[in-house]
Design a protein around this ligand. Structure first.
Ligand code: SF4
Ligand code: SF4
Length: 151
């Protein structure tokens, strides 16, 4: 497993309810580019979180490309869906960056898709699933995805 080094992107993009941290805003405990100021007492969610870069599933470093990739839960493996939190201004480069990484290309060949959150609105999703759709982002609401999954 790798080290985060100077990346702190997961201290900005996801919400962390236990410390009242909203999504897409920096945690007040984060020293950007350095680390966590409450490292020994950080919330369980922070303690347990690992992204695909940290686990070596991808070589795309989150703070360089502006997005972080991870499997949301056990169902992610069954449905072959990665969750992505992406900076909204980096979304236009998402496909270009994914194509640079042979590990992610291998996942796509194995029919994995990406559900991308890109701002504070939890209901807005961009989907990248070139096996099911064209080679482009599809914009959809999370409610639509959930109702399609139930069918
Ligand atoms: S996004 Fe990944 S690499 Fe970056 S700080 Fe979080 S766990 Fe580490
Ligand atoms: S508590 Fe620490 S590890 Fe958790 S989001 Fe804040 S700065 Fe990051």
């Amino acid at each position: 497993m790798r080290n985060c080094e100077n990346c702190n992107l997961c201290c900005k993009l996801p919400e962390i309810p236990s410390i009242n941290k909203k999504s897409y805003s920096w945690c007040k405990n984060c020293e950007i580019g350095v680390g966590c100021n409450i490292y020994n007492n950080k919330p369980k969610k922070c303690e347990e979180f690992t992204c695909a870069y940290l686990e070596c599933f991808t070589d795309l470093k989150p703070n360089k490309v502006g997005f972080m990739i991870f499997p949301q839960n056990e169902m992610s493996y069954e449905h072959k869906v990665f969750t992505v939190y992406c900076e909204e201004f980096k979304l236009q480069n998402f496909i270009k960056n994914i194509k640079k990484d042979w590990k992610m290309q291998r996942m796509i060949e194995n029919k994995w898709a990406f559900h991308i959150r890109y701002n504070q609105d939890d209901d807005k999703l961009a989907i990248y699933d070139p096996n099911a759709f064209d080679d482009k982002l599809i914009f959809i609401s999370r409610k639509e995805v959930q109702s399609a999954n139930k069918k």
